[in-house]
Design a protein around this ligand. Sequence first.
Ligand code: ADP
Ligand code: ZN
Length: 616
Amino acid sequence: MIPKVRHLREAEIVLKQYFGHSAFRKGQKELIDALMSGRDVLGVMPTGAGKSICYQAPALMLPGMTLVISPLISLMKDQVAALTQAGIPAAYLNSSMDFEEYTLTLREAVQGAYKILYVAPERLTTGVITGLCKHVKVSLVAIDEAHCVSQWGQDFRPSYLKIAAFISSLDQRPTVGAFTATATEQVKADIQKLLELRQPLEITTGFDRPNLYFDVIQAENKIGYVRNYLAAHREQSGIIYCATRKGVEAVWEHLLKNGLSAVRYHAGLTDEERKRNQEAFVYDQAQVMVATNAFGMGIDKSNVSFVIHYNMPKNLESYYQEAGRAGRDGSPAECILLFSNADIQTAKYFILHTEENDELTPEEREAVQEADMKRLNQMIDYCKTTACLRRNILAYFGEDAPNGCGNCGNCKRDFVQQDITVEAQKILSAVTRVERRYPYGLGVTLIVHMLHGSKEQRILDLGLHEFPTYGIMRDTDRKQIRAYIEQLIQEGYLTLSVEYPVLHTTEKARAVLYQGEKVFIAQRRDKVSDRIQEKAAMPAETRQDLFDHLRSVRLELAKQERVPAYIILSNAALADMAQKLPRTRQELLNVSGIGEVKAQRYGDVFLKAIQDWESR
Ligand code: ADP
Ligand code: ZN
């Protein structure tokens, strides 16, 4: 057996030479080492942590070919483009290819032209790949998105269940590496069992994504927030997720009207439009993608700088996965959730009216709903917490984290306690009286109007003007009354039923009304000055104008090569370049993300760009 030290040394050279990185990240070294010594592995790392290198580096060092099983056609295409750019012979076989292309690639593979071959799991059962493996030695099978084998995961793919049989059908069993970003124990156990891993080295790195900034904004005017945000981030690429197709349409139209560059994506569009819009986004022709959660599986665009959720998702798994599409190249990126109480109603409605689980028995369905509700409550908790948001997410995934991360909305702002006992008493007593007269309850708008003393016909018809609480908040703005009510719902003094959105009081309300309990709410006070200072400090430090210049150079190259810009070089690499100001090819190699082939291909162009910038 090759001594460990030797292949680790070799791995470091491969890392530098091909991928342009000078040090391994957490977990990478151990996983590569195990695969090189023929041991199966299970690597669990969050998106963007660098799973690909864990099998791509061994692929370059091992004899023969590495087969990568990946469920997503767009991802394969991207990965192969990136490998080719780095000078690594790679190809893919999937159903998007025409017959000629397919047979040509296959023939080349048989002749040993590729070190890495990506295949879709469906291809494994056709016998073609098994045939190929008779001609070429396959040293390693890497299974990407391995959680797809588990029915407990979100993206179960029946074709993944055939992988184990495929592997054991090979004359000589290759080493098997499974990789995923999903880490529940149940899914991990399924992966081991169903992929028949043999005593794998299991490495689970933390789930934290330190470069992501998290925030929850309780915006009254969501669309206004989005517009302002986009105006302040014109040069950046981002995704806006909406809960419904209707939401997507509304936001998208609004952005277009305001002259912003946006495309849309949801299941109601034709395949063709979806494809066109996705490409416009990936190739940076459109700045913003407005989409439902149908968009994203397989989006490997690494320069997404922000993900805004226009509505609260159903659970934190979905949220973290969607938000996690930001900052995959390691550059700072923002994940912002725009929260309103109406989102809770929508999410509950989705849970109660889902038609997905037709084959379940009523008992099973009830159990599923109960679990969904529990997860929803944890999602709501995230939206309302005044503590560190990152810690909240990591705790949900069973990970410990310090009390404050310093890089989330809650860590960056102060909270002040505001006493709203008087307002609460007025509102709660109004709702209690209404409940007595109308036991089924009334909606928020009517209660607001009643408290404000409106003379609307509906109010008079219902006799609400005869209540002693009529008009007791005459001096308070209606919007403000509504905001108080929302806060009382949030804090559990009032509830809104799901089926009909009517208000009811809770046990907690009675304590306020009859036992003199006080009501406090945590008001956010943004440390605005901090944020502004930080932004102002940016350009000098990162040489923003040089960065922008390098970016335009990259865009030109991308156009020439007909690949997305991030395939040429990541934003992180450009930022590093702007920082290090390399003057020679050799110095260029010190930039993270520039390996030998890239330095050879594009080095002169970038060196000249820096020279021009310096002598301007
Ligand atoms: P994952 O598959 O885990 O989502 P990727 O393999 O796509 O993540 O890697 C994400 C990004 O991190 C890529 O831009 C990659 O170049 C970068 N990366 C991976 N390993 C390293 C490393 N050791 N040093 C610096 N950057 C790295
Ligand atoms: Zn924090």
